[in-house]
Design a protein around this ligand. Structure first.
Ligand code: SOE
Length: 393
C-alpha cells in the first residue's frame, strides 16, 4: 500500500526540548525507512509559550502548534499523544489522553511517584479495552545491539545468568556553577541521575535478561547542594547561569550506586551518575553467565561483545558487528557495516509503536513495566535513606 492508502495516524507532541527534538526526528523519518501499516502525520506540537512552540513547529516539522494540551487531546483529529515533558506532568497528561481514547507514548521515567505510576497503569489497562494503546519511551531497548543481546540471552548464549552489571555515566553538572535546571528539582523531575539515567540501565538489565530485580541496597549522593538559579528555559544543557547571584537547593540525587538481586538468582551492581568527569553518555551493560558473557557499550553502539565459554582455545571476547539485515531493526536502515546513531533508536521506537497501533498488539514497555521501574526507583531511594538497608521489591 502507498502511504496515501494507509490509515493516517495524527500525532500531537507535548513538549519540544531535547526529547521533543529526538521524537520529532523519529516521526519525520519512520515511514521513510520502515514499511508501516499506518501513516504518521505530525499534526501539532504543544508548548506553554506560543512563540517558542511556533518556532519549534517550524524547526521540527510539525503542521501546527498549540499552547493548551487539554484542548489538543480533546480534538477528534488527534490519534496519538506523545509526552515529552518533565516528569511532573506525565500522569495528568497521560491519564487525560488515555481517557480521551488516544494512544499514548510517554517518555521515561513513567512518573515521579509510584502512586502516579499506579494510577497511570490502571487507566492504561482500562483504556486498552477501548483500543487505546500505551508505551513508555525506554529508547535504549531499540538499539539493535541491545535487542540482539536480549535475543542471545533468551537463546541461551550465556547460560545461567550469574551477574548483571550496569552503568550510566554523564558529567554535565560537575561544574558547581551549572544552574538549577528542572532536572535538579525533585518537584519537577522526581529524582536526579537515578530516575533520569538510572531508570534506563535498570530497564535495559530487566529487558535483556528477562529477569526482575527483587531487592536492592543503595547509596545516593548530592555532591553540589546549592546552584545558581537559571535565566534560560532550564532545558538540559541549554540553561545559562543565573547571573543574579541567587541560588537554589538541589533536591535530587547527583549519583546512585546499588547492589541488587534478581528473581533468576543473579547478583547485580548498578551505577548512575552525573559526576563521572569525562563520561558524556557512557552506558555499559554486561551479563555474565555459566556459558558465556555479553557486553554492550553505548560508545560502540553498533557492536556487541560476546564471550563463548565453549570456544575452547579460540575463546575470547569477539565483537559482533550489529549491522546485518538479520539483526533487529537493521532491515529498515543501511547495508552491513554502515551503522546507526542515537537518533535511530527513537525512529525504531516510533516504528514499534506505530506497528502496535496498526496491528492492535500491545506495545512494550507497557505502563505496567514503567510502574515496575518506578517501584524499583523508590526502593533504591528508600534503601539509601536507611544507609543502604536491604530493600525488597
Ligand atoms: C539525560 O541527560 C538524558 O537526556 C536522558 O534524559 C535521556 O533519556 C537519555 O537518552 C540521554 O540523556
Amino acid at each position: 500500500m502507498t502511504d496515501g492508502e494507509k490509515r493516517t495516524v495524527r500525532i500531537a507532541m507535548i513538549g519540544y526540548a531535547f526529547m521533543g527534538a529526538a521524537h520529532s526526528q523519529a516521526w519525520r523519518n519512520v515511514h521513510r525507512f520502515f514499511d508501516l501499516g499506518v501513516h504518521p502525520e505530525m499534526a501539532v506540537v504543544v508548548g506553554r509559550d506560543g512563540g517558542k512552540a511556533a518556532e519549534a513547529a517550524q524547526r521540527l516539522g510539525w503542521q501546527s502548534f498549540a499552547t493548551d494540551w487539554r484542548e489538543v487531546i480533546a480534538r477528534d483529529d488527534i490519534d496519538v499523544v506523545d509526552i515529552c515533558t518533565p516528569g511532573d506532568t506525565h500522569a495528568e497528561i497521560a491519564i487525560a489522553a488515555l481517557q480521551a481514547g488516544k494512544h499514548v507514548l510517554c517518555e521515561k521515567p513513567l512518573a515521579n511517584t509510584v502512586a502516579e505510576a499506579e494510577e497511570m497503569a490502571a487507566v492504561a489497562a482500562t483504556a486498552r479495552a477501548d483500543g487505546a494503546l500505551s508505551m513508555v519511551g525506554f529508547s535504549y531497548r531499540r538499539v539493535p545491539a541491545v535487542a540482539l543481546m536480549r535475543r542471545m540471552v533468551a537463546d541461551g548464549a550465556v547460560g545461567e545468568i550469574r551477574h548483571v552489571r550496569g552503568q550510566y555515566m554523564q558529567d554535565w553538572i560537575t561544574d558547581p556553577d551549572f544552574p538549577l535546571v528542572w532536572r535538579l528539582r525533585k518537584e519537577v523531575a522526581g529524582s536526579g541521575a537515578l530516575g533520569d539515567i538510572g531508570a534506563h540501565v535498570l530497564d535495559m538489565a530487566q529487558f535483556v535478561t528477562g529477569q526482575r530485580i527483587n531487592g536492592v541496597a543503595a547509596q545516593t549522593e548530592t555532591f553540589v547542594r546549592e546552584r545558581p538559579l537559571p535565566e534560560g528555559d532550564g532545558a538540559l544543557g541549554a540553561a545559562t547561569s543565573g547571573g543574579g547571584g541567587e541560588t537554589g537547593e538541589v533536591t535530587v540525587d547527583d549519583a546512585a550506586v546499588l547492589i541488587a538481586r534478581t528473581d533468576g538468582g543473579a547478583l547485580a551492581t548498578f551505577e548512575a551518575t552525573r559526576f563521572a568527569t569525562g563520561r558524556k553518555n557512557h552506558i555499559v551493560l554486561e551479563v555474565n553467565g555459566s556459558a558465556g558473557s555479553l557486553v554492550f557499550e553505548f560508545e560502540d553502539m553498533n557492536g556487541l561483545r560476546y564471550y563463548d565459554a565453549a570456544a575452547g582455545d579460540r575463546a575470547g571476547f569477539t565483537r559482533i558487528d550489529v549491522t546485518e539485515p538479520t539483526h533487529p531493526y537493521i532491515d529498515g536502515w543501511w547495508p552491513a557495516g554502515h551503522g546507526l546513531g542515537y537518533e535511530h533508536t527513537f525512529v525504531n521506537q516510533a516504528r514499534d509503536f506505530l506497528e502496535a497501533i496498526a496491528t492492535g498488539e500491545d506495545p512494550s514497555p507497557s505502563f505496567e513495566e514503567g510502574l515496575a521501574i518506578q517501584r524499583l526507583l523508590t526502593a533504591v531511594e528508600q534503601s539509601a535513606e536507611q544507609n543502604a538497608a536491604w530493600t525488597h521489591i
